[in-house]
Design a protein around this ligand. Structure first.
Ligand SMILES: [Zn+2]
Length: 641
């Protein structure tokens, strides 16, 4: 089974923003993942270049329309090339082959009786050259864009019999619950279809910048409506209607779209395909939008994140990692430099980068950089089995585009490695003369890193190539088979020294977004100020990192009436020690294995000579003190807020 992955084609009405980058990163990662597994894969991206808006933008910029489209299309292509996006084809809807395919599709639908000619009637703004549905008119009369009076205009148009497909679509959604991912998104689609589908106007006579009608129609007045033209790119890119040599990639395995264009992809597109007697894509993956520091991005606010700027400052692979790790697929994501830097420092630098440096250092000291796996099975069968458990669980997350879960799960490998180092303490074993055991631990970590770099490769291709190179192998389908499928261990090799892969970032590298003034009349603001001077901004609240913690151990602090010493798991490499003044209200025993809420970013403090690395939340009144706990068990380290 081959795999066909697509991004939407991006509209050439403006520059690429961070949302485009996200769609392209996730599609690229899935395509790379499929290739790694040895699947025959075709990955498509491109630009959508027709329609009245493009014609107008070109005029505004004083350029011929084609030249304008060429420039913006090239800016997308250059950006993806710059980012190393591994597309197999970059399609432009102004490509001749595409136009031929669209005309062929139109003829096919027409011959089938799915397209007919009629009149399009609606409220038309002459100035904006646009029809508006009644619901969008201001006071039932005026143009929502320019405020001018609209007229009822009748325009000749060809229509696609979308109404014929209402029942077929609803039946299809029922039979294919994974057609739209995440599954929750299908409801809005179903409701829309169940509410009744009207036939769709698929041509226009009010502008000329579009795919011309097929010659056989003998009707030059019309050009194709941009959505008919645009959606068909997914098959014309494979040669539909011309040289169909790549059509065996159809149906697509996953088509990524933003949630704002889900309706077009989950209703019109499948209806067109049904009309063409072509199978429907396996999945339409609808992702959310990106905000910046919790604010909607817009040009007027001046807070738009330019993907190129971020990538130049932080590295494109770090950006890929951050975006795919940060958001559950389908939900909206927030871009904040703080969250980005935190992930680079703690997950990439501490968890992954340090591990590689540690084994380079240890193998240098103990074995002249030679790493040999021959004793790993003897000393570390438990770790190997845990490692394989993690690796076997990964596939389903990528299949469902849950990249955040995929990465979260993958990171468990580094916990296994770090725990093995702590438990087996190779430096102690060396002193005790147990050289074999010490070297086995180093080799275990090398094996874990090798697997992690293979599975992380789709998300961070270059960085993982560097790690693989240090470990003396290359990442490809052969090594995927050898290490992931067949679970072989690394052969004896000499580890290479590499410069730190993820230097820690201490200060934000990019200028922060300008502070956005709240949209409240000043007087109202004043009143709020008067009412309570202690109000804080939401951002101030989130400066405090609150987390769910699990008490692993608890003991009384000798000679203290009040203090208990707790070891609290916050989902980090090792538990934190928290000294808490709660002995009068809780015994050490009853706290073990219960959950508490912890302020996780307090500066560590010394209490009775002991470090306390956090503060727990409690409520106290005249009846005594009680701890604040999650209502249901939550994973250690779950953020509260
Ligand atoms: Zn108008």
């Amino acid at each position: 089974m081959s795999k066909y992955i697509t991004t939407p084609i991006y509209y050439v009405n403006g520059e690429a923003h961070i949302g485009h980058a996200y769609t392209t990163f996730i599609a690229d990662s899935v395509a790379r993942y499929e290739r790694l597994k040895g699947e025959k894969t075709f990955f498509l991206t491109g630009t959508d270049e027709h329609g009245q808006k493009i014609e107008e933008s070109a005029q505004k910029n004083g350029k011929p329309t084609q030249e304008f489209a060429d420039e913006i299309s090239a800016s997308f292509k250059n950006l993806w090339d710059d980012f190393g996006i591994s597309y197999d084809k970059f399609i432009r809807t102004t490509d001749e082959e595409h136009k031929i395919g669209v005309q062929k599709a139109f003829e096919t639908m027409y011959a089938k009786g799915d397209i007919y000619k009629d009149f399009y009637e609606g409220h038309y703004c002459v100035s904006c050259e646009t029809f508006f549905p009644e619901t969008q008119l201001v006071d039932g009369e005026f143009c929502p864009d320019c405020g001018r009076t609209t007229n009822i205009v009748k325009e000749e148009s060809y229509f696609f019999r979308l109404s014929n497909y209402q029942d077929k679509l609803l039946a299809y959604y029922e039979e294919h619950p994974d057609f739209v991912l995440p599954r929750s998104r299908i409801n809005e689609v179903k409701n829309f279809v169940a509410g009744g589908l009207r036939d769709l106007s698929v041509t226009r006579t009010s502008f000329t910048w579009g795919v011309k009608m097929p010659k056989s129609m003998n009707d030059d007045k019309h050009v194709m409506y941009v959505w008919l033209d645009a959606l068909l790119n997914y098959i014309t890119a494979l040669g539909y209607g011309k040289d169909e040599k790549n059509m065996d990639f159809w149906p697509a395995s996953t088509q990524f779209v933003g949630k704002d264009i889900l309706r077009f992809h989950a209703i019109y597109w499948p209806a067109f395909l049904m009309s063409l007697d072509l199978p429907l894509p396996k999945h339409i993956g609808a992702h959310g939008w990106w905000t910046r520091d919790g604010e909607k991005m817009s040009k007027s606010k001046g807070n738009v994140v330019a993907p190129k700027e971020v990538a130049d400052l932080y590295g494109v692979e770090n950006l890929r990692y951050f975006m795919l790790r940060e958001v559950p697929f389908g939900q909206d994501g927030d871009f904040s430099q703080k969250a980005f830097i935190d992930r680079i420092n703690s997950e990439l630098s501490n968890d992954l980068g340090n591990l590689l440096n540690r084994i380079i250092g240890m193998s240098g000291k103990y074995s002249d950089f030679i790493i040999d796996s021959e004793d790993v099975q003897i000393y570390h069968s438990k770790e190997l089995s845990n490692m394989n458990g993690v690796l076997d669980s990964l596939d389903k997350f990528m299949e469902n585009m849950q990249t955040h879960r995929y990465l979260e799960e993958l990171w468990k490998l580094f916990s296994i490695a770090n725990k093995a180092i702590e438990e087996h303490a190779p430096w102690v074993k060396m002193k005790e003369g147990k050289t074999e055991e010490a070297l086995a631990t180093v080799a275990l970590v090398a094996n874990i890193l090798a697997r992690a770099s293979i599975m992380l490769h789709p998300i961070m291709p270059n960085t993982t190539n560097t790690i693989a190179d240090a470990l003396s192998f290359i990442i490809d389908n052969a090594s995927y088979k050898k290490f992931i499928v067949e679970k072989q261990l690394l052969s004896s090799f000499t580890i290479k020294k590499v410069p730190p892969l993820f230097p820690r970032i201490e200060e934000p590298l990019m200028q922060e977004a300008p502070k956005v003034e709240p949209c409240k009349p000043k007087e109202e603001l004043k009143e709020i100020d008067k009412e309570d001077d202690n109000l804080i901004e939401i951002g101030q609240f989130f400066e405090t990192s609150l987390k769910v913690g699990t008490v692993m151990e608890a003991e009384e602090v000798p000679k203290s009436k009040k203090l208990l010493k707790l070891q609290v798991d916050l989902g980090e490499e090792k538990p934190r020690q928290v000294i808490a003044g709660i002995k009068e209200f809780y015994s050490a025993e009853e706290l073990v294995n219960t959950q508490i809420c912890v302020v996780a970013n307090l500066k560590p403090a010394k209490l009775m000579g002991m470090m306390s690395e956090g503060m727990l939340l409690a409520a106290k009144d005249e009846d005594g003190l009680c701890l604040v706990r999650p209502e249901k068990p939550k994973k250690s380290g779950t953020p509260i807020g």
